[in-house]
Every structure is written in structure tokens, then in C-alpha cells.
Design a binder for this molecule. Structure first.
Ligand code: CA
Ligand code: CA
Length: 471
């Protein structure tokens, strides 16, 4: 907790005491002193300590007393559910009365409080990228300009010096622990590497366990395929998508509430699950780990049981259940019926730890039906894709052709290989880097992405996938 946070917290306690004193007075039959803002201001001028603007505060205090009716834009109150002061609340419109009071107590102007909040880190640090952003904020040009203007009070200068020192200590500590996690991963996987080093990141879960993900934000699950809510109130499956948010979240829509025996199927769009040394999947559960059964699949129809998450860790190794080099697009999580204080697992995010990057091209964009010569539109799509790959320095690029189930298996297989080769040849023209290893494969109809049971699904299966793996 930063010194500023401490000060704010002290402020709140003072106010609570102050508020209850006022209430007592009123209840004891003394005429209410709260009539209008003007008269309060006048009244306060006459009073000694504390010099507090009561009227606006009443709203905030009222909110606090009634269980947090006063909320910021994300629906959270003054305190987070982990008991910490909610910095986002302080920064929001709803937090303005609080900031005014703080200005009075810390003997700085409201403008100075607002400025100092721009360099006060948000709630908890959730990733190395987040820590870096906080460090950048510390050099906020507005604060610098204000300091240089000579208008800054000595209290303000002291305040921001403390806030900066506290923030730097926190970010440095986070980055140090993150570095240890990263080194642990590469010790287990010495030949692995981050395809694009600007994207790699280390995240923290709600139990302060850190996890290094070479693909960074792309590592997380991207879409909800199906959700069967468990009892008593499984909800908000989309809360499991995208990057982990650490302990900041904890408002409903930020995590999926599985419910007892809830089943959630997720799809990885821009990455896939694959086996690396050590854990391959990390489930960011909120609070206590609830035993969760995990299955993975290539096509969303045939599932491989890879075990369960339990015993206080969110990680899972798929090594014993899959073949080397296999990749998977789907994951299915089933809450196990083990009631332990919370009804079912709450999941913030699901990550493939060492997975490959995946890019998908629609065959309709690339080719005429039954042909493998690229259309102009297809050449353009491949060139655009090459631009997306420009920051990747090395790795193995596998170009996979896939068809639907119409036509003979043999024809589909040869057509899909010819198509993969066409795409690969075109892609090589745009990628001058010669360090990449290339592979072309034709799977025909053998690896559908979805079941071939509708025209829409068949179109999804007619595709060329490009997988980039660091090896
Ligand atoms: Ca992803
Ligand atoms: Ca593994």
C-alpha cells in the first residue's frame, strides 16, 4: 500500500468517526447543521479541526454505510472485495468528495490531489506490462509541468515524492518476481523462446502465483463455444476470456461463475494449446482453487481427458495425454461437485502456456472451388498476414491445408496439400527472413475445426491454417 493510499484510508476512518458524531448530535435533538452547501461552508469556516466539507461527503459516507451504494463506473465501491482501497473509485467522479476531503486533510489543493492521483498506481499490479505502464505514468508530463511552474505546495511535492518511491518499489518487486518465473520456464524449456519478445508477459493470479506466458495476451482463450451453467447461479461465461486481471476484478462480469457441475467450452483463435516441458495450461481461478476437470480437443467433438486442476494450483501438464507436436484449439472445463465454501469455481482466464501462434485463412478468400491457384484477393490476404508476422524473428512455420467432407478423401487430401504449398510459396515471397523453418501439410477432411453438419460449418472447415512454433 502506498503512503497516499494509507493517508486516504486514514481519511476514511476519520470521516466515518466524524459522520457518526454528527449523526449522534442530530439524533440527540440538536438541530441539523446540514441545510445547504453554502451554510455548511460558512459553518465549517467557524469551526476548528477538522476542516471538512460535510455536504458532499454525506453521499459517500451514506454509500459506505449502506454497503457501498456509491460506486465507480465499473460498479465497484470505495473498497475492493479483498478489503483494499479502490484507487479507481478515488479517481472516478464518485470519488470526488473523497478527494476534496483528502485535499483538506493533506493541506493541498484539489488540483494537486487530482495530479498526484495520475501517478498513483491503479489497484494491484497484474502483469509486467502493467508495471511498465505504471512506471511510465510516474513521469506524467502534467505533473512535471506543474512542479516546474513553481506553484506546487511543499506538501504536494512531498506527496508525489512518496507516491513515486512507493510505486517504484512495487513495480521493481513485481518485475523481480516475474523474472524468476520467466527464468524457471526457460530452464525447463531451454530451446523455447518468445516468438515476439515485445508481447511476452508474466501475470499474477488472485493467490499471487505468477505465470510466465511467452505469447503474452495471445495465450488466453478467445471465444465461448458453449456454457452449461452449474447450480445455483452459474453465469457470465465471457468473463473467462482474454488476459488475466489478477485480484483487481471480482465484479461479476470479469469472471465466469461456473456453478456446481458447470461446463464451459472455450476456443483458442489466435493461439493453440501444445505440450511444452512442465505445465501447459493455466487456469486463473479467483480465490480458492475449486477442483475442475479439463479436456482438450482439436475439433470440439472428440475430447481428450487431460486431468484436473486441484490442490491449490491452477496449472496442468498435458504431457501424458497427447502426442508430441499435437496442437489443440478447444478446452472444456467441468466444475467437479466438491462443495468447499464456494459454489463452484470462479474463473478469470484460461491460458495455453507455451502454445503456438495460429493464423487462419478462409479458403473462399484464397481459391476458387476445387482449385489451388491463388486468387488476387488471396494473395492480398497473405501479404496482410505477412505484415502481422513482421516482429517474429524465428521459429517453425507450418502451413496446413484443410477441406470439408464433400468429395473423396484422397482428392481432398491432395487438394489441401497443394493449397498449403501455394500459400507457403506466396508467404515466403513476403517474408525475407531465412531463419524460419517451413513445413506444408495437407490434412484433407481429417481435422475439421467444427462438425461438418451445416453449410456454415463446412465453410469454417475449408481453411488454411498457419501455425508458428518456437522450435
Ligand atoms: Ca488467444
Ligand atoms: Ca507439458
Amino acid at each position: 500500500m502506498t503512503n497516499m493510499k494509507k493517508l486516504f484510508t486514514i481519511c476514511i476512518f476519520l470521516l466515518l468517526v466524524f459522520y457518526s458524531c454528527k449523526k449522534d448530535k442530530t439524533e440527540n435533538g440538536i438541530a441539523s447543521e446540514v441545510t445547504s452547501e453554502e451554510s455548511i461552508d460558512k459553518h465549517i469556516e467557524d469551526e476548528e479541526i477538522p476542516q471538512i466539507d460535510v455536504s458532499e461527503l454525506m453521499n459517500v459516507m451514506g454509500g459506505l454505510m449502506s454497503g457501498g451504494a456509491t460506486k465507480d463506473s465499473t460498479g465497484q465501491g470505495m473498497f475492493l472485495s479483498n478489503g483494499q482501497l479502490n484507487v479507481d473509485f478515488l479517481k472516478s467522479d464518485a470519488g470526488k468528495p473523497m478527494r476534496k476531503t483528502f485535499a483538506q486533510i493533506a493541506e493541498v489543493t484539489l488540483e494537486e490531489v487530482d495530479l498526484s492521483l495520475t501517478i498513483m498506481p491503479d489497484n494491484d499490479i497484474v502483469s509486467v506490462k502493467h508495471a511498465q505502464a505504471i512506471e511510465e505514468d510516474l513521469n506524467n508530463p502534467k505533473v512535471e509541468a506543474y512542479v516546474k511552474s513553481g506553484k506546487a505546495s511543499s506538501n504536494f511535492l512531498e506527496l508525489i515524492t512518496d507516491a513515486r518511491a512507493e510505486a517504484k518499489k512495487r513495480t521493481a518487486n513485481f518485475k523481480k518476481l516475474a523474472q524468476i518465473e520467466k527464468e524457471k520456464f526457460y530452464k525447463e524449456n531451454p530451446t523455447w523462446f518468445a516468438l515476439d519478445e515485445s508481447k511476452e508477459d508474466t501475470y499474477i493470479d488472485s493467490r499471487n502465483k505468477m505465470i510466465y506466458l511467452p505469447l503474452g495476451d495471445a495465450s488466453f482463450a478467445d471465444a465461448v463455444v458453449e456454457f452449461i451453467p452449474g447450480k445455483p447461479e452459474g453465469k457470465t461465461p465471457e468473463g473467462a476470456l482474454g488476459p488475466a486481471q489478477g485480484s483487481i476484478l471480482l465484479i461479476d462480469k470479469d469472471c465466469v461463475v461456473m456453478g456446481i457441475k458447470g461446463v464451459l467450452t472455450l476456443f483458442f483463435e489466435d493461439n493453440v494449446i501444445t505440450n511444452v516441458n512442465g505445465p501447459d495450461i493455466y487456469v486463473f481461478e479467483v480465490g480458492q482453487i475449486e477442483p475442475t476437470h479439463i479436456e482438450i480437443s482439436k475439433n470440439g467433438a472428440d475430447w481428450i481427458d487431460v486431468g484436473k486442476i486441484e490442490g491449490g494450483t491452477g496449472s496442468l501438464d498435458i504431457h501424458d495425454s497427447v502426442k508430441a507436436g499435437d496442437t489443440f484449439n478447444y478446452i472444456r472445463l467441468t466444475d467437479l461437485d466438491t462443495y468447499s465454501g464456494m459454489p463452484g469455481a470462479d474463473i478469470d482466464a484460461v491460458a495455453a502456456i507455451g502454445g503456438a501462434l495460429r493464423m487462419n485463412l478462409d479458403s473462399a478468400v484464397l481459391f476458387e472451388t476445387g482449385k489451388y491457384k491463388l486468387k488476387d484477393e488471396g494473395i492480398k490476404a497473405i501479404q496482410e498476414l505477412a505484415v502481422k508476422m513482421k516482429d517474429i524473428k524465428k521459429g517453425t512455420i507450418t502451413v496446413e491445408g484443410h477441406t470439408d467432407d464433400v468429395g473423396s478423401e484422397a482428392t481432398n487430401k491432395s487438394l489441401s496439400l497443394a493449397r498449403a504449398k501455394s500459400v507457403s510459396a506466396e508467404l515466403k515471397k513476403s517474408i525475407t527472413n531465412t531463419v524460419f523453418k517451413w513445413k506444408e501439410m495437407g490434412f484433407g477432411e481429417s481435422k475439421p475445426l467444427v462438425e461438418n453438419n451445416s453449410e456454415e460449418n463446412r465453410a469454417k472447415n475449408r481453411r488454411v491454417e498457419i501455425l508458428i512454433l518456437p522450435n
